[in-house]
Structures are given as structure tokens and as C-alpha cells.
Design a binder for this molecule. Structure first.
Ligand SMILES: [Zn+2]
Length: 256
């Protein structure tokens, strides 16, 4: 039985302070409930700025790994720190970080609704503001030149991605970039929302895409502007996993 009191948010302090490893864990658990839950698939990488990257471990699901399981890898995928191997499909992240050193966070998953558009090899039309919320530009990337561990195929996919922020990967889920964890969460959720709504609208007769001004306005956003959105996910996941809250030490944080 845990003795950790629930974190109580205030207007100025919406979530406890987190380390980057804790942010990765909470992002993974939060996204697990948002359609990013294809068993052992999916990766999250965070650029530490020194040629190394934090990454979720291979062989554990996004809902079960903890901060101590997060691994540190280099640009060749070698594990520098941690007890777990790097995910098999990590080459696409490595090529992304090599080509775009300014990318802070990258997320890939075989999501429920993103995978449908991935199968159709189409970019889902944008039907509302929620789907646009995370900002950035979404493109279709046909990268299926080889398996997920194929470096040449990963390099080719990143060349096709160019400077876009998000991609529907043909036959292979979604990939997105973000500046920080707040943006990664908002962008990932918005993208999956967009994919779901577009499919439902299409099956309902098509609907109408949003006016161009919505694309223009939200498209310029880097996804970091929604204060409170990510923090709601942090609080929810800490309530759902009291043992994680205990290990993170939110008891001390909530008392401060
Ligand atoms: Zn994959």
C-alpha cells in the first residue's frame, strides 16, 4: 500500500518536477492510452545534445517500463547506459537525429487510427482545431524499402520527410518530431485525433476539411504553446500508477 499523497496542482504548479527519464516514461504511458499501444512496437528518443540520446527500452511495453529502464544510446544505436537493448526499429530515429540535430524529441508508433491512413497511403484531411492543435506540417512518407532495422531504408525515409514535422509512414504508422515533451504529447494526441476524425468523416460521407486559415495558423505552431495540456496527462498517469508516483517522489513535491 502506497503512502504517497496525490499531487495537488495549483495554478502556478500544474505538475511535479520531472527528470527527462521520467518524462519519457510518463509520455509513453499517456500515449499508450491514446492509440500508441502496438505491443512492443514504437520508440521515443530524446536528444541530449551531446551526441547521445535517451530511448525507451526494447522488450518492455510503453505501459510498463520505468525511469530506471530508459537507455542511453549513441547515433549508431550502441547502448551506452542501461540494462536493455535498443529497439529493433531504431534506425529511423538515428537517421532523423543525424539529419536534423535540432530535433529534441521524436516519437514513432503504429497507432490505431494513424495506421489506417498509413495503410491507405494518404494524409488525413484536417477537420477541426483539435486535430491541428499540435501544430507542424504532416506529410506522407513512403519508406517501405526494407525492414524496420534496415539503415538504408531509414535514411531514405528521413530524406523524404525533409523538414516536415510529422509523417504518415506508408504501411508503418506515424513519426513525429517535437521541441520538448509538452509538444511531443500534444502533437501525438492531435495527430491521432486527426486520423480518427478524418476516417469517421469519410465513412460518414466525407465532411469538409477546415478552411486553409486553420492550417496556416496552427501549422506555424511548434506545439509548445498549450500550457496545462501535458500536465493533465502527467497527473492522470501518476494517479493510475501510484508505485510510479512513489518512485518519482511526488509525495515530496506535493508537500513543497
Ligand atoms: Zn515501427
Amino acid at each position: 500500500m502506497t503512502t504517497v499523497p496525490e499531487f495537488r496542482p495549483t495554478r502556478d504548479r500544474l505538475a511535479p518536477e520531472l527528470t527527462t527519464r521520467e518524462e519519457i516514461v510518463l509520455l509513453a504511458r499517456a500515449l499508450w492510452n491514446e492509440g500508441y499501444d502496438d505491443h512492443l512496437s514504437g520508440h521515443i528518443t530524446v536528444n541530449l545534445g551531446d551526441g547521445t540520446f535517451l530511448c525507451n527500452p526494447w522488450l518492455l511495453t510503453w505501459e510498463e517500463f520505468g525511469p530506471e529502464d530508459v537507455i542511453r544510446i549513441d547515433l549508431e544505436g550502441n547502448v551506452l547506459e542501461g540494462d536493455w537493448p535498443a529497439p529493433l526499429g531504431i534506425p529511423i530515429h538515428l537517421e532523423l537525429h543525424k539529419a536534423r540535430p535540432g530535433v529534441g524529441w521524436a516519437v514513432h508508433g503504429h497507432t490505431h487510427w494513424g495506421s489506417v491512413w498509413s495503410a491507405m497511403k494518404r494524409v488525413p484531411p484536417l477537420h477541426d482545431q483539435t486535430g491541428a492543435g499540435g501544430g507542424g506540417r504532416l506529410v506522407l512518407v513512403d519508406e517501405y524499402g526494407g525492414g524496420v532495422s534496415n539503415v538504408a531504408s531509414a535514411k531514405d525515409a528521413i530524406e523524404r520527410l525533409g523538414d516536415a514535422d510529422m509523417a504518415i509512414l506508408a504501411h508503418h504508422g506515424v513519426l513525429l518530431t517535437a521541441k520538448n515533451v509538452n509538444a511531443a504529447y500534444w502533437r501525438a494526441v492531435s495527430l491521432e485525433w486527426r486520423c480518427r476524425l478524418a476516417l469517421l468523416a469519410e465513412t460518414g460521407g466525407g465532411g469538409a476539411p477546415v478552411p486553409q486559415v486553420v492550417h496556416d495558423t496552427f501549422g506555424r505552431s511548434d506545439g509548445t504553446g498549450f500550457v496545462g495540456y501535458w500536465e493533465t496527462a502527467v497527473r492522470r498517469e501518476l494517479r493510475r500508477y501510484p508505485e510510479l508516483a512513489e518512485s518519482i517522489g511526488t509525495a515530496a513535491s506535493s508537500a513543497g
